[in-house]
Design a protein around this ligand. Structure first.
Ligand code: AMP
Length: 412
């Protein structure tokens, strides 16, 4: 389906074609017509499906075609991270290039000057405010934000927002919105807490569900089974063999990201780190350096796994096995964007084998296991080890009270 079949505004259509969007993605094909009918939407869609345009385009079209106050906030988009908020804002700038749509990004981690600018913007009103929950709430609590004329409210990556503990903030913000509004929720997964939230805040929504996406066929997926202590040398040896032009290494904690970056820097690799301890300026600089090619490797926590749109990433390395299949798909989905080829490599240690096997089960295939480099001691067998039951029988308080001592061996 082409955009001309569902959208009418010529300036908007021109901008869409300038951005080389030739036809709708499946989520856009389903969501845009429903949104234009004024319906609430609950869409299950992951990053990479074109979900951002699926809500931005109809909102822009509706804002242009009808009369909305210019000195108020007309649409609020909530995003879990600053990076995603920035990305939505950039896309919005592209779509509204020929249109008098005003937008205002509101996220934390910025300096005092930006806070003042945000305050001014919120007081003056903007068609579309794109915000992370904490920062928007801190402005709301200062008393100068008027959300009483909001017509559109969008929750992007709703599951991620709940995972990050934003439920109370979101409900607080929703409390400031008019009851009569159009609400759209986008979520990669549909756990119970998301269903509950949808029941609470949506009014007879259209349900849009795309099949759970698997990684793009073009991603070459590989794994190394190794001991945890071998991971750092393995990474160095992969980089020594061939430093990728652009790579992201995901590790499970900030501490690991920092340690690993240090180790690689000591070896004279040009790497930068990305995690929530960096302030917004630092994060922006890392992204700029990476996009411009000044650095070719970022070591990151999951902060970078979703929604970030960087072209030409050759290799994603999971230094640790991601916590579940969703995260795996998101992480390796950073490579092979827009039908390019890419490689996703996962390091699986002795304790992560069970988790990786369940990811393979979801993918419906076994990932190729590479041999460890020459000179490295062999890794563990790719077998789920039976758990050693260190404490076969729990301390039984009742028995203890009845005279059996804590350390006394109990007979079955
Ligand atoms: P998203 O799922 O919104 O993060 O979008 C993923 C990527 O697909 C972004 O780079 C978008 O600019 C791009 N994209 C979204 N819709 C289309 C489309 N209809 N045609 C081409 N590219 C698109």
């Amino acid at each position: 389906m082409t955009f001309e079949e569902i959208l009418t505004n010529d300036d908007l259509l021109d901008a869409i074609y300038d951005m080389h969007y030739d036809k709708c993605t499946p989520i856009q094909e389903k969501a845009i017509p429903e949104a234009l009918k004024g319906k609430d939407i609950m869409a299950m869609a992951q990053t990479g499906t074109g979900k951002t345009a699926a809500y931005l385009l109809p909102v822009i079209e509706m804002l242009i075609n009808d009369d909305y106050p210019q000195d108020r906030v007309n649409c609020v988009i909530m995003a879990p991270t600053r990076e995603l908020a920035q990305q939505i804002d950039r896309l919005l700038e592209g779509f509204s290039y020929y249109l008098p749509i005003t937008s205002l990004p509101i996220y934390g981690g910025t300096d005092g000057k930006t806070y003042v600018q945000q305050r001014k913007g919120l007081k003056n009103g903007a068609d579309i405010v794109i915000a992370t929950p904490g920062r928007l709430l801190s402005h709301i609590n200062m008393g100068y934000v008027d959300l009483s004329k909001v017509s559109f409210f969008i929750l992007d990556e709703a599951d991620r927002m709940l995972d990050m503990g934003f439920l109370d903030d979101i409900m607080n913000i929703i409390g400031k919105l008019p009851i009569k509004r159009q609400t759209m929720m986008f979520s990669a997964t549909m756990p119970d807490n998301i269903k509950k939230l949808a029941n609470k805040i949506l009014n007879k929504p259209s349900l849009i569900q795309l099949a759970v996406s698997k990684p793009a066929e073009k991603i070459n997926q590989l794994a190394y089974v190794c001991f945890e202590r071998q991971k750092a040398s393995l990474l160095k040896s992969i980089f020594e063999k061939e430093t990728p032009l652009k790579a992201i290494v995901f590790a499970s904690s900030k501490l690991k990201v920092k340690e690993l970056s240090k180790t690689l820097r000591n070896k004279k690799y040009q790497v930068e780190e990305m995690h929530s301890d960096l302030n917004q300026n630092e994060r922006d600089n890392v992204m700029l350096d990476f996009k411009s090619g000044r650095i070719n490797v970022i070591i990151a926590t999951d902060i970078l796994s979703r929604g970030i749109d960087i072209d030409n990433i050759e290799t994603v390395i999971n230094y640790d096995v991601p916590r579940d299949q969703e995260e795996y798909v998101h992480r390796i989905g950073r490579t092979a964007r827009a039908d390019k080829e890419g490689t996703g490599i996962t390091f699986v240690n002795e304790k992560e084998i069970r988790k990786f096997k369940s990811i393979e089960k979801f993918l419906g295939k076994e990932i190729i296991k590479c041999n460890l480099p020459d000179g490295m001691e062999p890794g563990p067998e790719y077998e789920v080890s039976e758990k050693k039951n260190k404490n076969p029988r729990k301390f039984n308080k009742k028995r203890y009270n009845s005279g059996v001592k804590k350390n006394q061996k109990l007979n079955p």
